[in-house]
Design a protein around this ligand. Structure first.
Ligand code: NAD
Length: 446
């Protein structure tokens, strides 16, 4: 089938590539000309495991194309996906300006029986708004389906190719038939394609993210209780996770969730509730707990040093909002970095993939003064420990899980770790003689 993918970011590029891999001919469009040019050269602008090989192979075999020209992409496509960003606006709602601009741009080029498929995460009612915009510009009714995406960055290819379920919100038999045909190769096991109204599909995505975020904020609140009451959150987690009604997923205490989805989606869902006169008590609590949790390492650092670590060097491992991605949107590590730099500390940091994005971000931060010598990036995790008064860990990359503790102790000016992801056991920390602060567990002192 011929497809167009409007928006070639984390979702659009993965979706377009996986759909090309299953035999479709896909043309990806983006307004970012530099991105399109890089993709044409086989240079992948994001880090997502396994993606580069798939893009290069499908492009070489003529099933995956990149263009900035909507007409080229859309005029012979049966399905036209919209996968552009839906960032937060100043009220906390989803800003639909990119979605509506994409709709206006594709409308003049749509085939009469084409179906426009909204893959971006959008509030209830967007399907209707997009349909109205398309009809207004095209001068005839247009069929619009909603098909929210549930992939996780870091495991996006596998998630797309082996989805737990596919959700489609459709109004016509034509849309249902085309989307069922499209997703059939990915649903050969018992995992279902769930067909519903566009409104239910739009809501399903937000409700899924809110449920997952709720689990994270819940376990973080319980971890804080453990710290104050003397329990160990790891034991509690085991104790509840084996209950099959509860399970283990998304119950890891830490420095809070970040990324391009949970923070904005929880706020957008809360905003939807406000719009209809509801008070989003649960959603506000999830967000507030998470915002506070991003300060948890800061509080532990201040408590340890008896105030801000001015003049100290702090090593920071992990900048991405989670492992196996270079995405730093709303990453808890940035809250810590800002605090350390504002406090007059020097930061030596390492992340396997996210350093280029952090360098770009902080190059724009004129409010923090000259960072040349105060924010240093190391190519190897151990290189950033030299002379540091403490190590703070934000992201649970595998490479941080079993490091050379003897070497770490030699390099650090003091054997002190603030672990925001509970990577190490108390026994190991005791054995190597570290002072070790983690989440929801007692402090280990040598
Ligand atoms: P992104 O910022 O990585 O990519 C969006 C792309 O759209 C950018 O390359 C941008 O240049 C392009 N774009 C903007 N306006 C355009 C236009 N008019 N025409 C063509 N291209 C345009 O965003 P993303 O992370 O891929 O997210 C896209 C959507 O998918 C969002 O609604 C997001 O909430 C949702 N989503 C994201 C994830 C995720 O893990 N990133 C998962 C599920 C759903």
């Amino acid at each position: 089938m011929k497809l167009a993918m409007i928006g070639t970011g984390y979702v659009g590029l993965v979706t377009g590539t996986c759909l090309a891999e299953s035999g479709n001919e896909v043309t990806c469009v983006d307004i970012d000309l530099a991105k399109i040019e890089r993709l044409r050269q086989g240079d992948i602008p994001i880090y997502e495991p396994g993606l580069a090989e798939l893009v290069v192979r499908n492009a070489a075999q003529g099933r995956l194309h990149f263009t900035a020209d909507y007409k080229d992409a859309v005029s012979d496509a049966r399905l036209v996906f919209i996968a552009v960003g839906t960032p937060q606006d100043d009220k906390g709602a989803a800003d639909l300006k990119y979605v509506m601009a994409a709709a206006a741009a594709i409308a003049p080029h749509l085939q009469p029986d084409a179906v426009v498929v909204i893959k971006s995460t959008v509030p209830v009612g967007t399907n209707v708004k997009v349909a109205a915009k398309l009809s207004e510009v095209a001068g005839r009714p247009c069929d619009v389906a909603s098909n929210p995406e549930f992939l996780k960055e870091g495991a996006a290819i596998d998630d797309f190719q082996r989805p737990d379920r596919v959700v489609i919100g459709v109004r016509t038999e034509n849309a249902k038939r085309l989307l069922t045909q499209l997703y059939k190769p990915f649903l050969r096991t018992s995992n279902p394609l769930l067909s519903m109204t566009p409104e239910s599909a739009e809501l399903t995505k937000y409700v899924a993210n809110a449920m997952l975020a709720a689990k994270i904020s819940f376990i973080n609140e319980m971890a804080n209780l453990c710290e104050l009451k003397g329990g160990d959150i790891n034991d509690v987690r085991q104790g509840i996770g084996h209950d099959q009604r509860i399970g283990f997923q998304f119950l890891f205490p830490g420095v809070g969730y970040g990324g391009s989805c949970f923070p904005k989606d929880i706020r957008a869902l809360a905003q939807m509730e406000r719009e209809v006169g509801m008070e989003p008590r649960m959603l506000d609590a999830i967000d507030e707990i998470n915002t506070a949790q991003k300060n948890t390492l800061i509080e532990k650092i201040e408590k340890h040093f008896g105030g801000p670590p001015k003049g100290k060097t702090i090593a920071v491992w992990g900048l991405a909002f989670k492992p196996r991605t270079d995405d730093i949107r709303e990453a808890p590590a940035l809250v810590l970095l800002d605090y350390l730099l504002q406090s007059g500390a020097r930061v030596q940091t390492h992340d396997p993939e996210a350093m280029p994005n952090v360098k770009k971000e902080y190059a724009l931060r004129k409010d923090l003064g000259n960072l040349d010598q105060r924010l240093v990036f190391a190519d190897h995790p151990l290189d950033c420990l030299e002379g540091a008064h403490a190590l703070a860990i934000n992201t649970e990359w595998n490479v941080f899980r079993n490091p050379d503790f003897d070497q770490m102790k030699k390099l650090l000016a003091a054997p002190l770790i603030f672990d925001g992801r509970n990577l190490y056991s108390a026994e190991t920390m005791r054995e190597y003689g570290f002072t070790y602060h983690s989440i929801g567990r007692a402090v280990v002192k040598p």
